[in-house]
Design a protein around this ligand. Structure first.
Ligand SMILES: Cc1ncc(COP(=O)(O)O)c(C=O)c1O
Length: 442
């Protein structure tokens, strides 16, 4: 369907390509208050927002389960779920009930006081994981900030290092605050924000030699490494699962040298991979790990979880105004309860196998465009061929025409992270819609 573009006289949008009714906007308009007026299937983009996001021309106004609707009533299958966040899908009945009750009771109190929902959630998390203690915050980046401070404290106190270094992997993603950005092993995110925070060094993911050489160089003249911060499966970096052999060695190295091993489970935690924690796939346990995204099922909550020996913060050394308030904790407790009550982990495993098998069939069917599939449970990445001119972002846009939401992970990987409650029949529809996206283009 052709789309008409209404542009205010304050500025003109920079349109890169038209794909059916989908346009890709490159950059926000340069005027102070230019307006994108999308007529037809596209929404009018608000313009008082900073241009930090390259938004698709879709305005989602309602959701139920794995489906969302735009303002014109068009229905889309949601394999993005707020980027691995809406674990129970949209407008889940248990979540609505629990949060309505919570709003009627109490929403926010300061951490100056005891918060029973927070204590209950910490109890559940520590009971179900290798951790003993939990600190709550509001996002993945904040959880990793806490982990970075913890790592530095460990370096100072337990290894006697003045300027502790944290090792992280290339192609990692740890957040957008200055420290977590500095910890992220993707130079494209660093550009323009230098000077970065000192004290991060990078090795290649799943590559023992790269790790060993880095350690050897850094520790030659005495202790300098405090910790290793790593994702059990790299999400944003292209859906790369960790290699259990590498991780086993990594655990040994960290234990032997007294480096803290910290997992960033912001994207993998709370069942996303078909196990409650990503580390369970690797046969080892971290000293600490971070959570956010799926923990709150769409509500802002993050957490740093530590084993006893890594419980290093003294009173007053770390804090958050909102972190772990009753409302956010109730949301996470509801996710936790529903995961258990509805045996959701089992569903993630089964639907993950179904999705991966279906994607493998697509790879066989469209060999010119598709190279392979990577992932665990309900985080799967469909990898485009190096030679193809297709990009993941192009497929994301074409999928919109099929009324399917998917998200890129880098330029060549299409990531699928649907709600953990997705049904067999919905996975079939997802695969069919994706197939249609390639049908016309291979
Ligand atoms: C592994 C990982 N760590 C940290 C973050 C940052 O989380 P947030 O956006 O909640 O700050 C993300 C977000 O995508 C992530 O995938």
């Amino acid at each position: 369907m052709p789309i008409s573009l209404g542009v205010s006289n304050k500025g003109s949008p920079d349109i890169k390509s038209f794909q059916g009714s989908v346009v890709e906007l490159v950059d926000a308009p340069h005027s102070k208050c230019g307006t994108f007026g999308f007529v037809g299937s596209s929404p009018t983009a608000p313009t008082a927002l900073m241009g930090t996001y390259q938004r698709l021309p879709l305005s989602i106004v309602r959701g139920k389960g794995c489906w969302v609707w735009d303002e014109k009533g068009k229905k889309y299958l949601d394999a993005v779920a707020g980027i691995a966040t809406c674990s129970l899908g949209h407008s889940d009945n248990a979540m609505r009930r629990a949060l309505t009750l919570q709003l009627n009771q109490i929403q926010h109190v300061s951490n100056l006081y005891r918060i029973s929902e927070q204590e209950e959630l910490a109890h559940w998390l520590s009971d179900k994981s290798c951790a003993d203690k939990v600190f709550f915050c509001n996002s993945g980046a904040e959880a990793n900030e806490a982990a970075i401070k913890l790592a530095r404290k460990h370096g100072h106190n337990k290894r006697g290092i003045d300027h502790p270094v944290i090792l992280t992997s290339k192609a990692s993603f740890h957040g957008r605050t200055l420290a977590t950005l500095s910890a992220t092993g993707q130079p494209k995110y660093h550009k323009g924000f230098e000077p970065l925070v000192n004290g991060f060094e990078f090795f290649s993911y799943n590559n023992l030699q790269s790790l060993e050489v880095l350690i050897e160089n850094l520790e030659r003249n005495g202790p300098s490494i405090a910790a290793v911060l790593i994702e059990p499966l790299q999400g944003e970096g292209g859906v790369n699962p960790g290699d259990p052999k590498f991780f086993k060695k990594l655990r040994e190295i960290c234990s032997k040298n007294n480096f803290l091993l910290i997992f960033d489970e912001v994207q993998t935690g709370m069942g996303r991979t078909g196990k409650l924690w990503g580390y369970e796939h690797l046969g080892i346990m971290p000293d600490a790990f971070t959570l956010a995204k799926g923990l709150g099922g769409g509500h802002a909550i993050g957490a740093l979880l530590v084993q006893k020996h890594a419980d290093l913060f003294a009173k007053g050394e770390h804090a958050s105004t909102f972190g772990g308030n009753p409302f956010a904790c109730k949301a996470a407790l509801t996710v936790a309860e529903e995961i258990e009550r509805r045996d959701i982990i089992n569903n993630v495993h089964n639907r993950g196998v179904q999705l991966q098998n279906g994607l493998k069939e697509l790879v066989k069917k469209f060999p010119k465009s598709l190279k392979g599939v990577r992932g665990l449970g309900l985080i799967q990445g469909l990898v485009l061929q190096d030679e193809t001119t297709l990009t993941a972002q192009t497929i994301v846009q074409r999928a919109l025409n099929e009324r399917l939401l998917v998200v890129a992970a880098g330029s060549k990987v299409i990531r699928m992270v649907p709600p953990l409650i997705i049904k067999e029949n919905e996975i079939r529809q997802l695969l069919k819609k994706l197939e249609n996206t390639f049908q016309i283009h291979d």
